[in-house]
Write a protein that binds this ligand. Structure first.
Ligand SMILES: [Zn+2]
Length: 464
């Protein structure tokens, strides 16, 4: 068989890896490249292979850098099957429709702000393409083997990264010999709220493994639940707002889940909580539909509480009008809104409204990339620019760690060790990481593999 790396090679976006076996062409993921506009555009627009020649896509999870170019693949002629877990199918439909909507809006509004002569910004795909693509999706249950063909079997295991995320195990027969190819997708961590832990894999002949944080040890986990409780109690005392920028997929539901637990335990002070992001609300409905694949803590809660994402003082905000009305509301409150790095969406309005008052608190959860408003807030810059206006940062800033959805080097080591104990790893490829990160992880991985781990460059192809 032949393996070719078409994306997420020495970088962290555009995940897509092509496996050719017995005349079949299978694609692991079909993610969107993100980054500098023109370059990303070029990579997303044209595939390095014929879309109509792909027999099936095996989708690891519904983050846009893993599924975001599927509608483009459809638009360009792909009519094979897409296999993923049921939850991934549901989440992907929402994420892809949202991506299509944003692209269509950009195409309408951005040209006004671009210099003359700039090429027009056509959407890569629209909602019709998303609709067509979704018809090709065949959801599979976790841990169940599915025969793609007589000589190809696929199984999804828990990756513990986001709802529905999977490690893909592919058993392939070539000339009478069965071999196993494993694709980690994005590997999560043990002990994350809501999610089951990543499944340890057994012997694999070929491993394609992500390496986003292969050179990193995550900062110590703060006890987010008790930190939240402290922040909320302080807010009630002074009558301040607590603004929480949170990603719509995963982070928002984790936060609501913690607050719901505090409510059930009778510890939550009487403070209204608002989730103000239509995308977050839509995704939370998907979470509610898939409670059965969540961890044992959730199953325990469900015995007494049928909805871990709702409690008496929580409101999901819908229309822009309702969102604006929060501005004139008096007293203590919590507003959880997107985007997670404060770069767009309703959160920016809430920050502009709250940032220059010492009574208020901004609770930042997790990593904030360079050059984002979130980063400037974490750095506690004296003044920050919002909507081209300088605001003085007087609100308290709290930083909460411990919800990173990606494995760090200790988590990887644990996962590799398990594979080694159960038969070992043949040839490994490290993808989805910056060069330094992948190189550092190769050092760790080396001792568990038969062959020297390889860090492919985009376009590299190997007979395995
Ligand atoms: Zn991911």
């Amino acid at each position: 068989m032949r393996l070719t790396f078409h994306g997420a090679a020495e970088e962290v976006t555009g995940s897509q890896h092509l496996l050719e076996v017995n005349g079949r062409r299978l694609l692991f993921d079909c993610g969107l490249f993100q980054g500098r506009r023109a370059e990303a555009r070029r990579k997303n627009e044209q595939f390095a292979f014929k879309p109509e020649s792909i027999d099936a896509v095996l989708l690891s999870h519904a983050h846009i850098d893993h599924c975001g170019n599927l509608p483009r693949l459809y638009r360009e002629g792909f009519r094979g099957a897409v296999f993923c877990t049921e939850a991934t199918a549901d989440v992907a439909e929402i994420m892809l429709n949202d991506a299509a909507k944003i692209q269509m809006e950009d195409a309408r509004y951005l040209p006004r702000h671009l210099k003359k002569g700039h090429p027009s910004i056509e959407p890569l795909y629209d909602q019709k393409d998303v609709h067509g693509l979704m018809k090709l999706v065949q959801p599979l249950e976790y841990h169940q083997e599915h025969e793609l063909a007589k000589d190809v079997r696929v199984r999804f295991e828990d990756a513990g990264h986001i709802l529905g995320s999977a490690i893909t195990t592919l058993d392939v027969e070539e000339e009478g010999v069965w071999r196993r190819v494993v694709f980690s997708g994005d590997l999560g961590r043990r002990g994350l709220p809501l999610l089951r832990d990543p499944t340890p894999i057994g012997r694999c002949d070929v491993l394609i493994c992500e390496s986003t944080y292969g050179n990193r040890v995550h900062p110590p986990v703060t006890d987010i639940k008790s930190e939240l409780l402290r922040i909320l109690k302080d807010a009630v005392t002074v009558g301040g707002r607590v603004i929480v920028p949170a990603f719509s997929l995963g982070r928002t539901q984790q936060l609501v889940y913690f607050l719901n637990e505090l409510f059930n335990e009778g510890l939550l002070p009487r403070i209204p909580v608002f989730v103000d992001s239509p995308l977050s609300s839509r995704l939370t409905r998907v979470y509610r539909r898939h409670l059965d694949i969540m961890d044992s803590d959730v199953q325990k809660i469900l015995q007494n509480d049928h909805d871990p994402f709702g409690f008496l003082w929580l409101t999901y905000i819908g229309s822009p009008q309702e969102s604006k009305e929060l501005n004139s509301r008096k007293g203590a409150m919590v507003i959880i809104s997107a985007s997670g790095m404060c770069e767009g969406g309703r959160i920016v309005h809430h920050l502009a409204h709250a940032i220059d008052d010492v009574k208020n608190t901004i609770a930042i959860i997790g990593y904030q990339a360079a050059h984002t408003l979130g980063r400037r807030i974490v750095e506690r810059q004296k003044y920050v620019k919002i909507f081209d206006r300088d605001f003085s940062l007087k609100a308290h800033v709290e930083k909460l760690n411990g919800l990173s959805a990606h494995a760090d080097v200790h988590d990887f080591k644990w996962w590799f060790e398990k594979a080694a104990q159960q038969g070992g790893i043949g040839q490994a490829f490290l993808v989805h990481g910056e060069k330094e990160s992948s190189t550092a992880l190769a050092e760790v991985l080396r001792e568990y593999c038969d062959e020297e781990p390889i860090i492919p460059t985009r376009g590299d192809s190997f007979v395995v």
